[in-house]
Design a protein around this ligand. Structure first.
Ligand code: ZN
Ligand code: ZN
Length: 655
């Protein structure tokens, strides 16, 4: 059987579209790891790049500061005959044309309404379209008409009520599949997690999701905690300043309060709580339903979220409240009288819950794809945001290993999630990467600043960070034959370059506190069998130009302790490291996709984490290479591309 190629188109407006796309991809990969090929593409991002960022920012700005204005915009667009009349999509059409020509998918899935319009323009004759086209409607009840103005082979919707809206809008009923919203397949995989009924002496576990705009948040939380047996988990998101304020304010409640940053473990949290209080986001509402966790909606974006809020209220999955007093009253009501109201909500959710929706849609998509004629494999990937070659087959026999030991994700200031990073490097044929998000020393002034701005791992996230990377490492190995190590970049920043140091801990098994001195940190890294590497140790001529010279200036102390020094970091190359004959590696310090085109390490050793670490330690059969677009460096890692100027340090140094 040949592979079914699935292209999933998404957009970054609101949270529902990307969530649906990501969850479907995960389900496809878990269901058919060998015989499906899946790509997720934000087509708007690919077509409009920076412009799209501005549009997303404008959208968020509108939603935050002028919800009523956003409602007007939403209605205006809704009234237009088709979205293409509301703006010019010619660039979007050209981009989609290029992507389709390169990818030749069997099935295209769209989680955003505009794309159906563009596909309809490309293939005016429905019969000529060489792929199945599936639309996943990410909203409920109040559905923008753009979702069903243009043809699809099939619409997947969250529930019966939504299906009725489509049918009333003229969609043939046999084209509408009530699959449930594709929440993360983890909701299905972990469905065994049960929470004890909140009656008698049992704790009442409430998950509080902090939204944008939160008047009197501290007071609301205190009043919730004043209710008997309430235990609160507060998900603060990226606002670490807020988190530290809440931490001080709620400290006295001890283990009745748990404060979290943003988190990847939402399924487990929802499954282990009795109530969630939060905003009526498309994904959040559907996740609550999947986890059978009744919801109190305390904020709704006018327009597209109104349907989600109505779903909660009308279906009896919880309630919609306005303000602090109503929130507290709703919680009291839910748990009073042996939690009668709560049990009613829970019962109705149990009936509606479809935690396996992503798997069901994935099965449908695979079946659709197999019905079609098999197409040749993905021919290279032309689209903007995701550059580079197509999926690469796993390891071939004993060739040198292409490695990058210094990468950042959105656990600190990187742009990609861990799983996006894994797919990105996996597709580029890498053999080993290490995820090294920033962990700032809280004792340092700069550390305090950067933690406040949310750009480094917070101590409460570190356990989750290790857990998520370990899980992704298993997937990376199964799918790409790529090793993924867990690491940390310890930021010890002073006011000046000479008092600042960044230290990479590579190949770690467990967290290391942020507030240790450098020698102690290095000792802890070594105690776990990890590598301690000086990150950008010399003067950089790069865009941000903040230098970290402490380790270099104290070489006598640190050279005996460190396993290696970065001889190159992204496009910077540090010739003094070569002149001093120090052990070396080269890394991209990856923060966003374009950073992949940078200096890398090539190791001649077997593809095994211990062998890789030992190879760096001994620093024999180590080379560096400048990774560039459109060159098959993967197969000839020891040759430099011709258009690279003579490097200052040996471009290829085999030590
Ligand atoms: Zn750094
Ligand atoms: Zn870094």
């Amino acid at each position: 059987m040949c592979a079914v190629k699935v292209l999933i188109l998404t957009a970054s407006f609101g949270d529902g579209h990307n969530a649906a796309a990501r969850n479907l991809r995960n389900a496809l990969e878990r269901l058919a790891p060998e015989d499906g090929q899946v790509e997720v593409l934000d087509l708007l991002e690919a077509a409009y790049g920076r412009l799209n960022h501005l549009a997303c920012a404008a959208y968020l700005g509108l939603v935050r500061h002028a919800p009523s204005l956003w409602r007007t915009v939403y209605q205006l667009v809704d009234a237009a005959p088709s979205l293409s009349a509301a703006g010019s999509w010619s660039r979007l059409r050209r981009t989609l044309e290029d992507v389709l020509a390169a990818a030749q998918p069997d099935v295209v899935v769209s989680t955003y309404p505009v794309y159906a319009d563009v596909v309809a323009e490309l293939y005016r004759d429905h019969a000529e379209r060489p792929f199945q086209f599936v639309t996943i409607v990410t909203d409920s009840l109040t559905i923008h008409s753009a979702w069903y103005q243009s043809p699809s082979d099939c619409w997947c919707v969250a529930n019966e009520a939504t299906a009725e809206v489509l049918v009333r809008g003229g969609v043939p009923s046999d084209r509408v599949a009530v699959t449930g919203f594709p929440v993360s397949p983890t909701f299905h995989d972990e469905a065994g997690v049960e929470v004890e009924e909140p009656v008698g002496g049992a704790a009442r576990r409430i998950l509080y999701m902090v939204n944008t705009g939160r008047p009197k948040l501290g007071r609301t939380l205190e009043e919730l905690l004043a209710l008997p047996r309430v235990h609160l988990t507060v998900a603060v998101g990226r606002d670490s300043e807020l988190r530290s304020r809440l931490h001080q304010r709620l400290d006295a409640y001890g283990d009745r309060v748990r404060l979290l940053g943003w988190t990847n473990l939402m399924p487990r949290l929802l499954l282990s709580h009795h109530l969630v209080i939060g905003k009526a986001g498309g994904a959040s509402v559907q996740e609550a339903i999947a986890a059978r966790c009744p919801m109190i909606v305390n904020q709704t974006i006018p327009g597209q979220e109104e349907g989600n809020a109505r779903l909660i209220a009308e279906e009896g999955f919880g309630c919609v409240v306005d303000g602090r007093r109503e929130t507290i009253a709703a919680v009291e009501r839910a748990f009073s009288d042996r939690a009668r109201v709560w049990r009613e909500w829970r019962e109705r959710m149990t009936q509606a819950s479809r935690p396996d929706a992503a798997y069901r849609i994935a099965e449908m998509v695979l079946a659709d794809g197999r019905d079609g004629v098999c197409k040749p494999l993905f021919r290279g990937w032309a689209a903007g945001a995701v550059g580079g070659p197509a999926i690469v087959s796993a390891s071939s026999a004993s060739r040198p290993l292409l490695c990058d030991f210094h990468t950042h994700t959105n656990y600190s200031d990187g742009k990609l999630t861990v799983s996006e990073l894994v797919d990105f490097y996996g597709r580029h044929g890498f053999d080993c990467i290490c995820v090294t998000d920033h962990l700032a020393d809280p004792r340092r002034v700069i550390g305090k600043l950067s933690r406040l701005s949310g750009l480094t791992l917070s101590p409460v996230q570190v356990d989750e960070y290790f857990e998520v990377i370990a899980r992704e490492a298993r997937r990376a190995w199964n799918r790409y034959g790529m090793i993924v190590m867990t690491g940390i970049e310890f930021n010890k920043d002073g006011c000046r370059a000479r008092s600042s140091a960044h230290l990479l801990g590579i190949g770690l098994n467990e967290p290391i506190p942020a507030n240790l001195d450098l020698p102690e940190t290095i000792a802890r890294i070594h105690a776990q069998g990890g590598l301690a590497v000086a990150s950008h140790p010399h003067v950089m001529k790069s865009e941000w130009g903040k230098n970290t010279l402490y380790l270099w200036e104290n070489q006598e102390t640190f050279a005996p302790l460190l396993d290696a020094w970065e001889i190159a970091n992204r496009e910077n190359i540090f010739s003094p490291v070569a002149l001093k004959r120090l052990p070396f590696i080269a890394n991209s310090d990856f923060h966003k996709p374009k950073h992949i085109y940078s200096w890398k390490t090539v190791l001649d050793c077997s593809k095994d984490p211990e062998a890789i670490k030992e190879c760096v330690r001994r620093n024999e059969r180590v080379s560096i290479t400048l990774y560039r677009r459109d060159r098959q460096l993967r197969h000839e890692p020891l040759s430099l591309p011709l258009d690279v100027p003579e490097p200052v340090a040996p471009g290829v140094a085999v030590a």
